[in-house]
Design a protein around this ligand. Structure first.
Ligand code: SF4
Ligand code: SF4
Length: 332
């Protein structure tokens, strides 16, 4: 068994973002952070914004993006974040949006211009069949036109879907089965090769139905190596609660204050288990100490990890600062 005895420490941050809110108009089936309309309507406050941004800067990262949830659901909050970034000296590369807030060109331009004053330069406009299940495409096109008028850059994510979505019609939303009917029964199966999807959070639930499972034993024997993914800083996120999300392991949290120095083993037993003994270590801990009963198969080690953590958080209700934010597990 490969056991990694290094300490867990995040010393530097490369590239990442700030999650201003987890509530969202949509409940996309690929959403890594399990955002949805059911989350409480809480937006990041000034103090947490400042604290997160100072920490990010102190660890060597000087530009980030803003995402959610849907950051535009609170334009005043978004203004505050842009202002704070300016004052702390962290550049905002872009703000993500799903375009649900679009009503008409005039009001969209007013909102965009007021944000441009505060430093907004580029919008990442979400464009995918997952988003289109919840948001009609005319709104997305409306936001892009308004950006053009307001002199704000657009980064369509991703443009490749533009014609497919338009082909089904802009006026209403369209379900994934409609995409399959129109573009072929293997539509879902082909999506991950066309669009970056990380199989964590709600995406696991969706794609296990597409790709199926592998036997538990196989997942466990492959999952004995420590998860070095937890140290990945190339796509990091901080959230409105002051959590740092290690790697892309949504649902795991490190208190932002604890970055920069080795984490305490007492305070972070789950993280250390995953870091040193991988998902097999977490599985042993959960079965031996908490009565976890596994299914016969899982899609991947991250699927098993997620199900164990969900069990610990919601069924055993262990009070752990590592399994945060709790509503993540309720909203998957
Ligand atoms: S992917 Fe974006 S738009 Fe969809 S639920 Fe998640 S945060 Fe909302
Ligand atoms: S198994 Fe868990 S800790 Fe390891 S990479 Fe997957 S989600 Fe992260």
């Amino acid at each position: 068994m490969h056991v990694n005895h290094h300490e867990f420490v995040i010393k530097r941050l490369a590239s990442g973002g700030l999650i201003t809110n987890y509530y969202c108009t949509s409940r996309c089936r690929h959403c890594l952070y399990a955002c949805s309309p059911n989350w409480e309507k809480k937006y990041i406050d000034l103090e947490t914004t400042e604290k997160n941004l100072r920490k990010i800067k102190s660890l060597g990262c000087r530009s980030i993006h803003i995402g959610g949830g849907e950051p535009f659901l609170n334009p005043d909050g978004l203004k505050m974040v842009l202002e704070t970034a300016e004052s702390v000296g962290v550049r905002i590369e872009y703000v993500e949006t799903n375009s649900s807030w679009f009503k008409d060109r005039g009001s969209a331009c007013r909102i965009l211009l007021s944000l441009k004053e505060k430093g907004l330069s580029t919008l990442l406009v979400s464009m995918s069949p997952f988003h289109n299940e919840h948001i009609p495409f005319w709104k997305v096109k409306g936001v892009m036109e308004a950006c053009h008028v307001a002199g704000i850059g657009v980064f369509p994510w991703i443009r490749e879907f533009y014609d497919e979505i338009t082909g089904l019609g802009d006026e209403t939303t369209h379900t994934l089965p409609e995409y399959e009917d129109r573009y072929g029964p293997d539509y879902m199966r082909r999506l991950p090769s066309r669009y970056w999807i990380h199989f964590g959070g709600r995406a696991v639930k969706t794609f296990v139905n597409v790709f199926g499972t592998r036997p538990l034993e196989e997942i466990l024997s492959d999952g004995r190596r420590g998860c070095t993914e937890l140290l990945d800083v190339s796509h990091f996120h901080f959230d409105l609660f002051g959590n740092y999300i290690p790697g892309l392991c949504a649902g795991l949290a490190i208190d932002g204050n604890d970055l920069g120095q080795p984490l305490s083993r007492q305070e972070y037993p789950i993280l250390y288990t995953l870091f040193e003994r991988g998902v097999a270590g977490l599985y042993e801990l959960a079965t031996e100490q908490y009565g976890f009963k596994a299914a016969s198969g899982y899609m991947s080690k991250c699927h098993l990890c997620l199900e164990i953590r969900r069990y610990l958080a919601l069924s055993v209700k262990i009070d752990s600062m590592e399994l945060r934010p709790l509503p993540f597990y309720e909203n998957i």
